[in-house]
Design a binder for this molecule. Structure first.
Ligand SMILES: Cc1cc2nc3c(=O)[nH]c(=O)nc-3n(C[C@H](O)[C@H](O)[C@H](O)COP(=O)(O)OP(=O)(O)OC[C@H]3O[C@@H](n4cnc5c(N)ncnc54)[C@H](O)[C@@H]3O)c2cc1C
Length: 210
């Protein structure tokens, strides 16, 4: 940490990232891998805020279908595919079982239509070299098959299986950001500072646990 502090006080960086959540850590990793010199400053611990309390799914935006936000679903699916291509070590397939209790014909038909549309929108999901990464589309299970898989669900009337998502975390990303050359510092706050030269802008950083 002392080394990071001294580099931060000495050097001028191409990019200063304030906040070491998922957004900051991924941006630092990406920028450092593109050859930029990067400094990342986090006020508390890396991924301690919103990024620590989410479901850790690199999902394809299934829930946006409910509001017919089709372009957002496609964007999420494209991002998921990109992650599978560039960071297969950070994401892994995660099958989902969605139990339906007391669902009428209308509700089943709506879900079936939504999931079929989702499969359609993710038409390119398996354009990957590694067949081991391929994701199946959704399928319906009857109660017997469902309970055989998940005995805890006894009493479910129907289940949708294998709507694949992928999970990942921020810790390996902050580690990797450092590995690819980003300078990072936790427990330091940043405050804007007016001024700087024409093409350089600065920011005051205060470390408080070193
Ligand atoms: C319940 C829930 C579930 C979710 N599930 C998913 C999911 O499954 N998949 C998904 O992709 N997304 C999910 N999300 C959304 C996702 O969590 C957020 O989009 C993401 O975590 C935002 O990351 P961030 O880096 O922008 O913000 P944060 O994680 O909040 O990071 C911001 C960081 O900036 C630091 N900071 C702030 N000001 C300063 C300063 N002046 N100096 C230094 N540091 C500073 C903070 O300490 C903090 O660590 C979910 C969100 C919620 C709430």
């Amino acid at each position: 940490m002392q080394r990071a502090l001294s580099r931060l006080s000495r050097e001028t960086f191409d990019l200063l990232i304030i906040g070491g959540g998922a957004t900051g850590c991924f941006t630092a990793r990406d920028a450092a891998m593109r050859g930029l010199s990067v400094a990342l400053i986090e006020a508390r611990d890396f991924a301690c805020a919103t990024s620590a309390h989410n479901s850790k799914l690199a999902h394809g935006g299934l829930r946006y279908l409910r509001n017919f936000e089709l372009s957002l679903v496609r964007e999420s699916l494209r991002e998921r595919l990109r992650l599978m291509r560039i960071a297969p070590h950070l994401v892994r397939p995660l099958p989902f079982l969605l139990p339906l209790y007391g669902a009428g014909f209308g509700e089943r038909a709506k879900l079936a239509a939504g999931l079929s549309l989702y499969d359609l929108l993710s038409f390119d999901r398996n354009r990957l070299d590694d067949p081991g990464q391929h994701l199946p589309g959704h399928r319906w299970l009857n109660v017997r098959d469902a309970v055989a898989r998940e005995p805890v669900l006894e009493g479910a009337e129907g289940l949708v299986d294998e709507q694949p998502r992928r999970a990942g975390g921020t810790d390996p990303v902050s580690n990797e950001s450092a590995a690819v050359g980003a300078t990072y510092l936790a427990h330091a706050g940043t405050f804007s500072e007016p001024g700087g030269t024409d093409d350089t802008h600065g920011c005051r950083a205060v470390a408080w646990r070193h």
